[in-house]
Design a protein around this ligand. Structure first.
Ligand SMILES: [Zn+2]
Length: 465
């Protein structure tokens, strides 16, 4: 019998064993964590409710003459009716009437029917009516997080296929753990609870598409299709067992929400056409904690008009580090021009402002009032803008972090490094990188030659012996 340390073992058997081991470990890691059920109980919770005759009035968001509680009910009823047609599912509604219902009573009801999941149906609104899109909230803790996120991911993918903008699947931390009472109490009862925010009732980007009773009903049916898809259940068919897969691990601590705004937010003007007053811009930003969500540009005096500034928010394309576009400067406008970038937790950061039109390419001709017009994108020599004697406005602005700074300071900052790309420096950096890379490759070649020679010498010695 050969010893374990023999050459054959080392050369032939060991690598094979290592490969088998690696494949085994990898297949374990990739094995899907599937939950098996014979029957899944789902409690559907139409948000809000109550007209004040019995208990409080709770209409939820009210906008465009629409009460959220009524929209929630239409969607929840449609979801209930559609989902009830699937096998291996038992579905309940936490309320069927327009009555005030405490969050605790909703959770107690879900618990009493043995609910495996509690799904709360809502529509959104925001203070300044800026936001649009759909979002889903889950618990930030334990199995309720993992189960909630896993189900929410399937629902969100159906929503996105339906044309909705995803604001993400999120947690929200409050003083006592989960911020939303329903999610917090649901978790205490051991029921994964998710809040579906289908669309914004107070924003026309959403309301124009998702603002009729027919659509509210359709969205409920779509939710049912998505939920059935997640659990692998079939309409009118009872299967031996069904179940959804956990797509995320059970967290050990809490999964934090993002409380900080995007960083490294800058805008550069790529070209300006004084005839059309159209400028081409590139906005860059970073968001290591969550995702970049919206951006907008504005020429208003922001601090004075928070309510009306930045109303036409563009969606930041998922995964991009910069966005390009055009903006038409209002005729005769002189003053600050800034962009604002949001993450999907509604935290934002302004770019350092640019003074329009003083800081634009071709500005000097414009400001001097000449009839000649600079060709698009031709930059003026530095200092031209100052020589015109344009006044620097002293507006106090606030960034997403709450810090305030004057436009004066910001302009000084803006004229610093962020706007000047020193091409020489960039090229030098590239050369430095190339030298480092070549050195490493050279070193590797030398080491392998030395090793080859050493092996050769050892073999020669062995043969002589
Ligand atoms: Zn609501």
């Amino acid at each position: 019998m050969r010893a374990w340390g023999s050459a054959i073992y080392r050369r032939r058997i060991a690598p094979v064993l290592v490969c088998i081991g690696a494949v085994f470990v990898m297949s374990c890691a990739f094995a899907k964590n599937t939950m098996a059920y014979q029957n899944i109980v789902i409690a559907i919770d139409p948000g809000h409710g109550g007209d004040g005759t019995e208990g409080e009035t709770d209409s939820g968001a009210i906008y465009n003459g629409v009460k959220e509680k009524e929209v929630d009910m239409i969607t929840a009823q449609a979801l209930y009716e559609e989902l009830s047609q699937y096998g291996n599912l038992t579905v309940y509604l936490t309320r069927t009437e327009d009555v005030h219902t405490e969050l605790k009573d909703r959770v107690d009801f879900a618990k009493s029917v043995g609910a495996d999941y509690l799904i709360s149906v809502h529509y959104n609104a925001s203070k300044y009516h800026r936001f649009y899109g759909a979002e889903i909230f889950t618990s930030a803790f334990g199995e309720e997080y993992a189960k909630g996120v896993s189900l929410a991911q399937t629902i969100m993918s159906w929503w996105v296929d339906d044309g909705r903008v995803s604001k993400g699947i999120k947690t929200r931390i409050g003083k006592n753990g989960d911020y939303y009472g329903l999610i917090r109490m649901g978790r205490e009862a051991g029921i994964p609870t998710i809040i579906l925010e289908h669309a914004y009732l107070d924003n026309n980007t959403d309301f124009d598409v998702y603002g009729t009773p027919e659509v509210w009903k359709r969205l409920g049916q779509l939710d049912a299709t998505a939920i059935a898809d997640y659990f692998g259940v079939k309409k009118g068919v009872v299967q031996a067992d069904v179940g959804g897969e956990l797509t995320v691990a059970v967290p050990t601590g809490q999964v934090d929400d993002d409380t900080t705004p995007p960083t490294d937010v800058t805008v550069t003007i790529d070209a300006y056409n004084p005839n059309t007053r159209e400028l081409s811009y590139t906005i860059s930003a970073k968001e290591p904690d969550s995702m970049l969500m919206y951006y907008d540009l504005n020429t208003q005096e922001l601090a004075a008009d928070e309510e009306h500034a930045f109303m036409h928010m563009n969606v930041w394309k998922n995964g991009e580090t910069s966005m390009k576009g055009t903006y038409t400067v209002p005729e005769g406008y002189q003053g600050a021009f800034v962009a604002r970038v949001y993450n999907n937790y509604e935290k934002y950061t302004y770019t350092p402002p640019i003074t329009v039109p003083a800081d634009l390419p071709g500005a000097s001709t414009l400001l001097l009032g000449g009839t000649q017009v600079q060709p698009t994108g031709v930059a003026q020599a530095e200092g031209d803008a100052e020589s015109t004697g344009t006044e620097t406005p002293t507006v106090t602005l606030q960034d997403g972090s709450g810090a305030t700074w004057t436009l004066d300071e910001a302009l000084k900052e803006a004229k610093g490094a962020e706007y000047v790309v020193d091409h020489d420096q960039v090229e030098n950096k590239n050369y430095a990188l190339m030298i480092v890379a070549l050195s490493v490759i050279g070193l590797l070649v030398v080491v392998s030659i030395v090793l080859a020679i050493a092996t050769h010498m050892r073999r020669k010695k062995g043969r002589r012996r």
